[in-house]
Write a protein that binds this ligand. Sequence first.
Ligand code: UDX
Length: 454
Amino acid sequence: MAVIAHKNPQVTVTVVDINEDRIQGWNSDELPVFEPGLLDVVKEARGRNLFFSTAVEAAIADADIIFVSVNTPTKEFGVGKGSAANLMYIEKCARTIARVAKSDKIIVEKSTVPVRTAEFLKQILHAEGSEYQFDIVSNPEFLAEGTAIVDLNNPDRVLIGGDQTVEGKKAVAEVSKLYEAWVPKERILKTNLWSSELSKLTANAFLAQRISSINSISALCERTDADVDEVARAIGMDSRIGSKFLRSSVGFGGSCFQKDILNLVYLCEFFGLPEVADYWRKVVEMNDFQKRRFVGRIMTAMFNTVSGRNLAIFGFAFKKDTNDTRESAAIAVCRDLLEERAILHIYDPRVKKSQIYRDLGFDPDKEDSRVKIVNDPYQAVADCDGLAVLTEWDEFNDLDYSKIFERMRKPAHIFDGRNLLDAERLRQIGFTMHCIGKGETGAAVKPMRRKSDF
Ligand code: UDX
């Protein structure tokens, strides 16, 4: 919304939230989320045509277009538990809108929603007996965290779906106008409501599938001394495959991929397509396997005992340039290591200690000797047997690894969950390197293992 306000100075954008702390954050220079370039955009428009407020009802009454951007988390109870989307917040919004609206509105689904949510929204809006007309438009967001501003400034496409009626098309055109301020018309794609809703889930499923596919190959590379980066490069040069999203890693995280695939799985089951559901479920299962496999490698290197050992963790965010930890692979890896009674020294340049403690199931107000959160990477590695890189922060490449080597216990292991570091150089310093999808030197073909080993 900040970018829309920035590009459309004649349009007043009011962002409302019931959470006062958040709104206070948005009205300060300490924004509630860390996102490169966002503060500049907010500062430029804030107070001019961009406002942040807790006056939800007043903002609804004033608005011509309402972007519904609330959470749609995975349901944790009842029918569809663990896979369906919980539409409770969407429903609450719809009821509030219907209750307080004093004019016709265009309602934009910005949250990622299951296909046919617009149907549900329409029912709720009409059930409240409002005399006004509500046109529903789907406008999913494809930006990625850490590059949000760049992605928004130069989107591959903007997708807008609506009813194929005269009013529906008019509503789509209104929303389109906001984007036409900076996006070339040929990149604004207009579809029916259901295609637009389903395209968002499908895009995320395809992206995640690429990562799981290359990660599945990384497991095979480790057994055969093929190098996953070389394989990714070789296949990525085929223009039909393309080179993006083929970086093998400790596993994908983030608020979207897992949630959206599980939601897709649920929808397929709901619509009587269990084979399709199984197909997509495997993408998430492969991701879980990759995280477990990473811990398995640490365990093997440490002769199956990490209990009481100090291990350094570099990076806790689900990717670089964000302080977001939702579904971060680091959470699963650290939890497994804690289960094995390792002592973790965690360093992340952006994630706060309280967040890490909460994610790992500790009380953020109490110090716990099992997890030390440090502000300095050199302090993190002191007396550690192993160092695991779990987020690809650029700064990890600029560290003095000779100094890190000196501080660690020997043999000093590095488990590079992002294939970020220069493994050859680090081997020369003396580290034992374990990289994703690369065999360990001298241990070419590994024995077969049973499926139950991990
Ligand atoms: C994703 C989609 O990219 C975006 O279009 C959608 O709007 C929201 O979900 P985001 O979750 O912010 O965006 O980040 P993304 O860059 O897609 O990365 C997701 C996860 O996949 C991260 O954990 C990242 O480290 C991992 N990843 C990504 C890989 O492991 N390998 C890759 O090649 C790319």
